[in-house]
Design a protein around this ligand. Sequence first.
Ligand SMILES: *Cc1c(COP(=O)(O)O)cnc(C)c1O
Length: 439
Amino acid sequence: MTESPAMAPGSMTDRPATNAAAFAASQEVLVGGVNSPVRSFRSVGGTPYIVDRAAGAYVYDIEGTDYIDYVQSYGPSILGHAHPDVVAAVTEAAHRGTSYGAPTLGELRLAELVVGRIPGLEMIRMTSSGTEAAMSAIRLARGVTGRTKIVKFDGNYHGHVDALLAAAGSGVANQGLSGSAGVPASVVADTVVLPYNRVPTLDDDVAVVAVEPVAANMGLVPPVPGFLEGLRAECDRVGALLLFDEVITGFRLDHGGATAWSGVTPDVWAFGKVIGGGLPVGAYGASREVMSFVAPLGPVYQGGTLSGNPLAMAAGIATLNLLTPSAYAELTAKAEQLAAGIAAAFSAAPMAVQVPRVGPLLGFFFAAQPVVDNGGATASADSGHYAPLFHALLERGIALAPGPYEIMFPSLAHGEKEIDRTIDAFSDAVETLWGSGRD
Ligand SMILES: *Cc1c(COP(=O)(O)O)cnc(C)c1O
């Protein structure tokens, strides 16, 4: 570290120099002191660390404390923070202007990279967030089918789209809200929420079935064998479109996303997070035929002033260029090591844990049996064990997401040293919290 611990961000002497002071000031002008609810530490208690900067596997707060970071922006920073290629690409792009309102070669290149990785995907439209991508994909599916009803699964998160905010896992569950105020009953009247991992029998008025192909917003819940295949068959039977929300799985799970991983091809995809390399990007896509319903080719309107932003395209291209098949093998090996270490850390603890892993995706539950749906995920969260573990790890320099419904996001920058330190911290935290003689 080069800064002295007391130095405030940007060395501006009038800025608060402690996390507590900065968070108090933030709460005066930002709702809950944050711009996204889960960051507020509501579900774990305490004061958030206020980030000054981050590099590789580490995040540094304004007090100069460093943490091995498993938040990684909730997924986008798969290369680790401030990867030199990404920083160089964004810097170079910024010198050429930050937004034009006209098409660019960067958009073409990133679109080619995304389309080229996914079997069945032919065209995409860039947005500025995963939420916009999911929202637009739903609109597209309704426009294509001429139907209104949508099906989603309990505990799957598709962004803060009004019609999809019912039973949405992640931050929504963290806040103890069953959905959201401000979403009229009429807006969710056409949303049917069903349990994950059970293939429903659909009516023929369903426009689209939206699913996280590997659920990662209620902890990590893999699809049981036959679930995705069953959804595909059932959608085909009634003429509904199948939407894979790959905002997390797209280019974190596998080189070809959940589509290549599962061998099941949906009709519509939503992407985000990794494809922007840490800048605001989302995208939705489909076959050429389906995408031809989107304006200017077709009647489904969707646009955006900053969509396809040149800085964001540059970051996405730099990131995807480094995500080779061997990068996924490497990240999977790291996740395997972490999973084994975390499971071992709990071996002498009084409670049972599950450490699910799907390729590089990693989660853990306080549960005696593998978790297959939101009921299991909620029972784990309700155990109350996450908050003390979270704080014990934070004190030991390990930053997990401040909520029990999030997964862990190791990056390619997490090396042997960081993984060993993480496993040691888990062992020490578990021993301190729940070691022999305690309960
Ligand atoms: C994060 C996420 C979204 C929303 O993306 P934002 O960029 O936060 O709007 C949608 N779907 C899934 C599966 C996500 O994990």
